[in-house]
Design a protein around this ligand. Structure first.
Ligand code: XMP
Length: 511
């Protein structure tokens, strides 16, 4: 595997993802970890990430020269590049001149790392200091206005570095920089595929579980579906899945879980039809937080009842948790670190139900989860589903949740999703909430008559991780089609508006 040594960059995860996209397995380790511990993992190559600091700053993360002397191929990026230059006897200048953003780069000697690239390209920069003299034995490959040495390599020692960020999409030929390093300098073999990921995970799960029993909650989302499908592949008859149908899903989603998912995987699925229970509990409630609390509470109750029943029947030893690799990295990396968060997620389960958590997705990025889902034969509609909040449509009806309102919203939402798919824009959009303003009315005219109906809000957004988001610029003709269909087909709706607020200041959901 390739280890990305994280010098505190927001980019470290991105580097690991790009390496995996090149079909080489990659993990992130903190730069605070001792060099011996890093070398003990026997990395096939090391990538030193960028970081926020100057190498001259007090307390700047240190690069242990042993990492460069172990005969392991090393690529330095941005801060990692400067730290490498300094550790090997080159010169890093405190120019005080910042280069930030898209920057023209001229290549005077492509060498191995930049071989076959055009002579000039735009790359993404973010640095203050810059390398003015490469260490002995290194060949200088390129420069920018602010960085006289913007890339270097010493192929005989398998060391190379770039000042810019090849991992970001704004850097032209970025992925090729990583690939030249991985394949031409480090001479690795691209053998990391979704199929391998499935095999390795299945083996690991079998070892962990033995002949014991596993319980898995299905939500209708991608992560839980892929986790369940993986568990099914690994341990089949020792797995039981529980799906709580709270009646707040979108059109066709519950059926997809109950029918298509079961058909594709053959899981043993227990469906708890609790639609009335949830609707009853939500009667008269308009406050968003109150809605969330009620749904969370009822969900736990139902799930707990199902778990107890199963525990009585066959005993349950493990509970599946859909923790992804970014959660693992963010909660400190090490084994079990994500459990703090996981426990929180399943929080509310009673103490007398003793489960060990099992996390089959903990090595995967979101895009790998999707690839694994496809590999396992899950339908595209499930694998490419947009994220959807646990409380479902209840937090997309502004006002009290009633059966009629759910029907209206479900219809409008189905139209919006259908037209988005028809326009082949589904995968460009992160999420597309459709919101019913049930407590607002406006005057309209339909046919010959005056109407006094409710508005529907379209909230298409683009995002990478839902932490920030921008409103999506959907083509007018798509918006027009959605608007005219919704006002024609959904009773009580006489107006469609588009939300053009980014996050922040708005959130993605309306409640
Ligand atoms: P906001 O609205 O805070 O949403 O910008 C960020 C992301 O989280 C989802 N979301 C939820 N997911 N339970 C969930 O499982 C919730 O209560 C919840 N509220 C928001 C939202 O859809 C978006 O992807």
């Amino acid at each position: 595997k390739v280890l990305v040594v994280d010098f505190g960059a927001q980019y470290a995860q991105l580097i690991a993802r790009r390496v995996r996209e090149a079909a080489v397995y990659s993990e992130i380790v903190s730069s605070k970890i001792d060099a011996d511990a890093i070398l003990a993992q026997r990395p096939a190559a090391i990538i030193l990430s960028g970081g926020p600091s100057s190498v001259y700053e007090e307390g700047a993360p240190q690069l242990d020269p042993r990492l460069l002397e172990a005969g392991i191929p090393v690529l330095g990026i941005c801060y990692g590049f400067q730290a490498m230059a300094q550790a090997l006897g080159g010169t890093v200048n405190r120019t005080g001149q910042r280069e930030y953003g898209r920057t023209p780069l001229s290549i005077h000697d492509g060498g191995c790392l930049l071989g076959s690239f055009p002579n000039t390209l735009n790359v993404w920069m973010s640095h203050g200091d810059s390398v003015s003299r490469a260490p002995k034995g290194f060949q200088v490959l390129a420069r920018t206005a602010g960085a006289p040495v913007a890339a270097f390599e010493d192929v005989s020692r398998k060391l190379a570095g770039v000042q810019w960020h090849p991992e970001v999409l704004h850097s032209q030929w970025g992925q090729q920089v990583l690939e030249h390093f991985l394949f031409d300098i480090a001479r690795l073999t691209p053998d990391w595929t979704p199929a391998n990921l499935v095999t390795e995970t299945v083996d690991a799960v079998r070892t962990q579980v033995g002949d014991r029993h596993v319980l898995c909650a299905l939500s209708g989302g991608v992560d839980s579906a892929v986790a369940a499908a993986l568990m099914q592949r690994a341990i089949g008859s020792q797995l039981t899945c529980v799906f709580v149908d709270h009646g707040l899903l979108r059109e066709g989603e519950a059926e997809q879980v109950k029918e298509d998912f079961v058909a594709a995987t053959g899981v043993d699925l227990v469906v708890a039809d609790e639609r009335e229970r949830f609707l009853g509990a939500l009667a008269g409630v308009t406050d968003p937080e109150e809605k969330r609390k009620i749904i969370g509470r009822e969900f736990i109750r139902t799930f707990e009842a199902a778990a107890r029943e199963l525990a009585g029947e066959r005993g349950i030893d493990f509970l599946v948790q859909g923790t992804l690799y970014p959660d693992v990295v963010e909660s400190g990396g090490g084994e079990g670190a994500a459990n703090i968060k996981s426990h929180h997620n399943v929080g509310g389960l009673p103490d007398d139900l003793q489960f060990t958590l099992i996390e089959p997705l903990r090595r995967m990025f979101k895009d790998e989860v999707r690839a694994v889902g496809l590999e396992l034969g899950l339908p595209e509609e499930i694998v490419w589903r947009h994220p959807f909040p646990g409380p479902g449509l209840a937090i997309r009806i502004i006002g009290e949740v009633t059966e009629d309102r759910l029907t209206t919203l479900r219809q409008a939402d189905a139209i919006a999703r259908h037209e988005l798919a028809e326009a082949r824009l589904e995968r460009e959009i992160w999420q597309f909430p459709v919101v019913l303003l049930a407590d607002v009315r406006s005057v309209g005219v339909q046919g010959d008559g005056r109407t006094y109906g409710h508005p529907i809000v379209l909230r298409p957004v683009v995002s990478d991780d839902a932490m920030t988001a921008d409103w999506a610029r959907l083509p007018y003709d798509v918006l027009e089609k959605i608007s005219s269909r919704i006002t024609n087909e959904c009773v009580e709706v006489n107006r469609v508006v588009v939300d053009i607020t980014s996050k922040p200041p708005g959130t993605i959901e309306w409640e």
